[in-house]
Design a protein around this ligand. Structure first.
Ligand SMILES: [Zn+2]
Length: 351
């Protein structure tokens, strides 16, 4: 009886809040006082954040569980969070891991093979990564050399580029498997850079891709571009984190263009998005475009809006972020479209 009541309660919840089936994926780099602030939280901040998750009954689950639920279109528990670290910095081992262990929180580390193998002092070694894996961490793919994967080499054809990137991703996965026994087929794109061809490649080789654009991950997300919220620098404070943790998965039915990679001088993309409107008041939707104050988008029908930057987007990475509060519940729906472009001469930025 109790069990069927629970099932009934779950069904009522689902019907009442069909768009709350989302998880917030947090992205960390360093947990350190001394690493660059723009990619760091301090150990005190990190501890406070984990304490907040525990005190407020967030369900911290492995990222693989979030992905499996989205794939199966299964509901996730309310307030589901997954924690990720990019690059495999030493502070994950020294500082974050003991704190996460104390709270019993699972997490994922995305590593690149070449920097790990070089034995830099601020990177984790394989024995350290193996220890984390043995103690419950997931070790996942961040490419072999942390390259900008969308960039072709000089004189490389599309086929050669795709073959090279496929080898890169698969070699990274095999190395992680050989060292840790794990192969979860999750790739965090270095720099959060991807294009639609790379996304298609990921699907072909059975991988899920994670970006660095904002938003909650859920049934409306692309499995080749799951959003993550960076927690670092100016966005490391508790107020900012609370807003992220309340994020909902924007019910995007379709959007265009979907390719983040801009070309041929088309530096002011006009983004058109169609939404399921049941829990959305169109008058409250706002978009945040590079170098501009918040804008009200133009609604072209009852459920579709478009938005376009006033000025050309800068060379490199940028985003359009749109948010709208839930009409019936707590928190904002988020949608973020990534863009990446070369300079006016067609050259990529050197980073
Ligand atoms: Zn990285």
């Amino acid at each position: 009886m109790l069990c069927s009541l629970r099932v009934l309660a779950a069904i009522i919840l689902l019907v009442a809040a069909p768009y709350s089936l989302a998880a917030v994926i947090l992205q960390y780099h360093h947990v350190s006082e001394t690493a660059p602030k723009v990619t760091s939280v301090t150990p005190a901040q990190f501890k406070e954040q984990m304490q907040y998750l525990a005190d407020n009954h967030f369900q911290v689950v492995p990222l693989t569980e979030v992905v499996a639920s989205i794939k199966a279109k299964k509901a996730l528990p309310a307030k589901t969070v997954a924690i990720t670290f990019d690059d495999g910095y030493r502070s994950t081992f020294d500082t974050a891991h003991p704190i996460l262990q104390a709270f019993g929180f699972p997490y994922t580390v995305f590593v690149s093979i070449a920097p790990t193998a070089k034995g830099y002092r601020d990177m984790m070694s394989w024995p350290q990564l193996q220890q984390l894996a043995q103690q419950g961490a997931t070790i996942a793919n961040h490419s072999y050399r942390h390259d900008h994967l969308i960039r072709r080499l000089a004189d490389e054809t599309e086929a050669q580029w795709l073959a090279r990137v496929t080898r890169d991703i698969l070699a990274t996965e095999s190395e992680i498997k050989a060292k840790t026994g794990q192969s979860v087929k999750l790739l965090a794109y270095p720099y959060g850079e991807y294009n639609t061809r790379l996304q298609a490649l990921l699907t072909e080789v059975g991988f899920v891709g994670l970006g660095q654009q904002s938003g909650a991950a859920g049934p409306y997300s692309l499995l080749t571009a799951l959003p993550r919220f960076p927690v670092a620098g100016a966005y490391a404070d508790m107020d900012s984190l609370k807003v992220k943790l309340a994020a909902r998965n924007m019910p995007v039915v379709s959007s265009s263009p979907t390719n983040p990679e801009l070309a041929d001088g088309h530096w002011q993309p006009r983004l058109q998005v169609t939404l399921e409107m049941a829990d959305i008041n169109p008058a409250q939707l706002r978009c945040y475009l590079p170098g501009q104050a918040a804008v009200k988008p133009q609604w072209i029908s009852a459920d579709s809006f478009q938005v376009q930057a006033l000025k050309p987007l800068p060379a490199g990475r940028s985003r359009y972020n749109c948010t709208v509060p839930s009409k019936h519940g707590h928190g904002y729906y988020w949608f973020s479209q990534s863009w990446v472009r070369p300079d006016d001469q067609g050259q990529w930025l050197i980073e």
